[in-house]
Design a protein around this ligand. Sequence first.
Ligand SMILES: [Ca+2]
Length: 120
Amino acid sequence: MLGTVDGARREGSRPPDVADDNLYWTTDGDPGTASFGSYGTTLDGFRDYRRATGLDRHSRFLDPRLARPTAGDLHLRAGSPAIDSGAVLPPVVVGRFDVDRQARVVGRDMDVGADERQQR
Ligand SMILES: [Ca+2]
């Protein structure tokens, strides 16, 4: 659940200045086996990636509790660590609606990712 930084994409030669407050997960749930691509280099392991890049200081590696990811349903289930833990960004950056064209903020804060869980 990582967004892109337009400036970094244009630059193309260095990692983004800011990547933080993300939620990462792999199908095996092991942060040590996660691979992170960074401008031609692959870094293995969540801890090593953060150490090498200085990015994602406050990001977490947790099961996001997606509804049915193997069926392509990436909605958040109750108890997801993504709920109400998104970075506070203005609507001009994230829009007013989530991926389902529903309210972008429900509850205390924005959820991490494209979906905003509508049920409380
Ligand atoms: Ca929320």
